[in-house]
Design a protein around this ligand. Structure first.
Ligand code: UT7
Length: 318
């Protein structure tokens, strides 16, 4: 027993920031960003927290599913950009939704939505929950260094959510973790301990070695997707869509070429929302669902990669 998807929702804050807007204070250009990353614009929150956005995406998913919120027994939320260490963003979303259920959080950076799906599958397998909400939400603008053109131009804010019930549609998954704080990271502020030796702490702003991440990402997508194909006796003709983490359109194009899948099989929405980290896969799923592109029985691959370093891929039947 695993789960099946009953509904999807997403939310992006209303403040749209174009590449030209960023070029006002960064040494960059619309041409460079579109060519090298594939982004035209992204949404940056002015005053909405990761919890606020998550609650809106979750509300939309609940409405889309037609489920009575009282039946939701679990919220699993992926984020790295909450406002507080305690309470978790998951707890704040539970409060905003007026629910009484268990709520917990997962930090696996941009791959976290897949880690959240795997975790929720365990709850369904044990028969512990009737319905569950799985959410990816990121206020990336909260941790971006807006003086660093290598990171500031690629990320965006938003949230995506799925409502799930017990079923057999989560077919297989693969996960990889390689502890490494040099390629991608973000520190936390240090308190005022007189015993804490200063000088080793990381700045509480996102940093990334773009090229190293790019190579890791392409290799991970190809390896993880192929593993699931081989293990389940499938070919890419059997897959309706590959819904990847939206980090850079060129990463997706490279992976698509290496896997020799036809154009259109990899779905893309990075042009209008940037890289929203753990929110990107559920936001993309909601786009596809609301556009009527997903048919019952469709097989989907959800490859993800990022900080950790970590990568993951889930094989899901719609
Ligand atoms: O989601 C989590 C995981 N994250 C990712 O998967 C991101 C992976 N990495 C990337 O998407 C790309 O590496 C970036 C978009 C971050 C950078 O693109 P790139 O094509 O790898 O650029 P680069 O770092 O090789 O830099 C090429 C040139 C450099 O100039 P020089 O040294 O050749 O003169 C950079 O300084 O482009 C320059 N550059 C920029 N120019 C204009 C870097 N960022 C910018 C910018 N605007 N924003």
């Amino acid at each position: 027993m695993s789960f099946r998807v009953l509904g999807t929702g997403s939310y992006a804050p209303p403040n749209v920031v174009t590449n030209d807007d960023l070029s006002q204070f960064l040494d960059t250009s619309d041409e460079w960003i579109q060519q090298r990353v594939g982004i035209k614009e992204r949404h940056f929150s002015v005053n909405e927290t990761a919890a606020d956005m998550a609650a809106k995406a979750a509300q939309a998913a609940i409405e889309n599913s037609g489920v009575d919120p009282e039946e939701i027994d679990l919220i699993i939320l992926a984020t790295i950009t909450g406002e507080t260490q305690v309470p978790s963003t998951a707890c704040m979303v539970q409060k905003l939704l007026g629910l009484k259920c268990m709520a917990l959080e997962i930090n696996a950076a941009c791959s976290a939505f897949d880690f959240a799906l795997e975790t929720v599958a365990g709850y369904f397998a044990r028969g512990k929950v009737r319905k569950a909400l799985v959410i990816g939400t990121e206020r990336m603008s909260r941790i971006l260094d807006f003086t660093d053109r290598g990171t500031a131009v690629i990320f965006g804010d938003g949230a995506g959510a799925l409502v799930l019930e017990a079923g057999e549609n989560y077919i297989d998954s693969v996960f990889y973790v390689e502890g490494n704080d040099e390629v991608i990271g973000c520190g936390l502020p240090v308190g005022n301990s007189p015993y804490y030796e200063r000088g080793q702490e990381k700045k509480p702003l996102a940093y990334m070695d773009g090229q190293a991440t790019f190579k890791f990402a392409v290799t991970a997508i190809v390896k993880d997707c192929n593993t699931l194909m081989e293990r389940n006796g499938l070919t890419y003709d059997d897959i309706a869509y590959i819904v990847p983490h939206q980090a850079n359109k060129r990463i997706i194009d490279f992976a698509s070429k290496k896997l020799k899948v036809p154009d259109g099989k990899f779905t893309i929405n990075i042009d209008k929302c940037g890289n929203t980290s753990s929110a990107s896969i559920p936001m993309m799923l909601d786009d596809l669902n609301r556009a009527g592109k997903l048919k019952e029985g469709d097989l989907l691959l959800l490859p993800a990669f990022g900080g950790g370093l970590a990568s993951a891929c889930c094989l899901l039947r719609w």
